[in-house]
Each structure stands twice: as C-alpha cells, then as structure tokens.
Design a protein around this ligand. Structure first.
Ligand code: FEO
Length: 121
C-alpha cells in the first residue's frame, strides 16, 4: 500500500517515530527535498540533501544496530539503494527525480522505519 505524499511537502506528526533525534532528522530530510524541488538547479541544496540523507542513515543504523532489531540488514540495504540512486542524480533535477525522492522518503519512513518504533534504546 502506498502512503500519501504530503502537499506541501512537509513532515507532520503522522511520520513520528518517537525518537527525537530521528524525528528531527526526518524533518530535515523533508525540508531538504522541498528545497531541492523548489530550486531544481541548485547544486548546493542538492549536495546538502545528499549529506543530510547520508548522516541520517548513519545515525539511524547506529541506533538499530545496538538494539537487536531484526530487520537491520534489509533496512540498511534500502538505505544503500536510495543513496546510490540519489548520488547518481545531477542538477537540474527533473520531475522524475523529485517525485522519486518525495515518494521514497514517505514510503520508507512509514513502511520501514516504523517497524523499529518502540524497539530501540
Ligand atoms: Fe529514517 Fe531508514 O531512514
């Protein structure tokens, strides 16, 4: 099942995983994608998004690793696939790239990140 894409593209409480650092980072990813969608040719904003994504995955993987969380391997694989796709894009971003990133983040948080809710730390 596909979760709806918020419009405007902003984090809201339906995306809450209830770990403050992860929720803050997820907000930053929504804002980063929003900024790239509004400034398709801005390489600085795109590079900033790529760094935020990479940093977030590092944080999140560090948290799931220490917690005996059963879906770690497939979760990491999903992260790696997105980073590879993201790093393969170039500015100016086209509609397909923007839609892909918007959709990926929504489906990933609600479909995969949500599985660790209540199980970490
Ligand atoms: Fe919050 Fe698995 O990325």
């Amino acid at each position: 099942m596909a979760f709806p894409i918020p419009e405007p593209y902003k984090w809201d409480e339906s995306f809450c995983v209830f770990y403050s650092q992860l929720d803050e980072e997820h907000k930053g990813l929504f804002d980063g994608i929003f900024a790239c969608a509004a400034n398709r040719g801005d390489k600085g904003k795109f590079d900033d998004l790529c760094k935020k994504v990479s940093d977030h995955f590092t944080t999140e993987e560090g948290m799931v690793d220490g917690n005996n969380y059963e879906n770690t391997a497939s979760h990491k694989e999903a992260h790696k696939e997105f980073l590879t796709k993201l790093n393969g894009l170039s500015v100016p971003l086209d509609d397909g790239a923007v839609d892909y990133a918007k959709n990926w983040l929504v489906q990933h948080i609600k479909g995969i990140d949500f599985k660790y809710k209540g199980k970490l730390g």
